[in-house]
Design a protein around this ligand. Sequence first.
Ligand SMILES: O=P(O)(O)OC[C@H]1O[C@H](OP(=O)(O)OP(=O)(O)O)[C@H](O)[C@@H]1O
Ligand SMILES: Nc1ncnc2[nH]cnc12
Length: 179
Amino acid sequence: MTAIKELLLSHIRDVEDYPEQGVVFKDITPLLADPAAFTALTDALAEIAQRTDATRIVGLEARGFILGAPVAVRAGLGFVPVRKAGKLPGATLRQAYDLEYGSAEIEVHAEDLTADDRVLVVDDVLATGGTAEAALQLVRRAGARVAGVAVLMELGFLGGRARLAPALDGAPLEALLQI
Ligand SMILES: O=P(O)(O)OC[C@H]1O[C@H](OP(=O)(O)OP(=O)(O)O)[C@H](O)[C@@H]1O
Ligand SMILES: Nc1ncnc2[nH]cnc12
């Protein structure tokens, strides 16, 4: 394992049976609290944004905001928030999706993404892939192109990569850590 992967992995805490029995929650708050690890993560995700020729970073509420916003600044790109339904004041596109624990709806301001945009979706965890899939559907419904999806970690045993493949349509899914 590379030094950066070891640095990132060593700052992720496993919390068993949260938020419900049987789920091992991957807590990134120790990583966020460590400047060297958070900077290394931001740099690694910004490098993916540059390599995929992204023109915008879409961050997924809430943890995707924490990671995506500094990535956008570091890469010199605009940041677009995809929020849980009911939080954005303007005209939105809305998409329903299922989670490892529950279901939800997300929204984006329709005017924030255009046909000129190539979007990199940034989040902390790819689990079942439902959230990222819904985000890619929003990006495409807004008329923008997909540069890819970049996550800190992929929980491989939940099959998110396969679920996401049709929505990616050949665009890359980049996970810094495979769990
Ligand atoms: O691949 P999936 O099965 O869709 O799961 C991954 C999503 O779940 C978590 O977000 P959550 O909805 O728990 O929201 P939070 O960031 O507000 O904690 C995580 O941050 C991802 O967005
Ligand atoms: N096991 C998990 N840990 C952290 N975030 C998640 N989102 C979905 N599943 C998760």
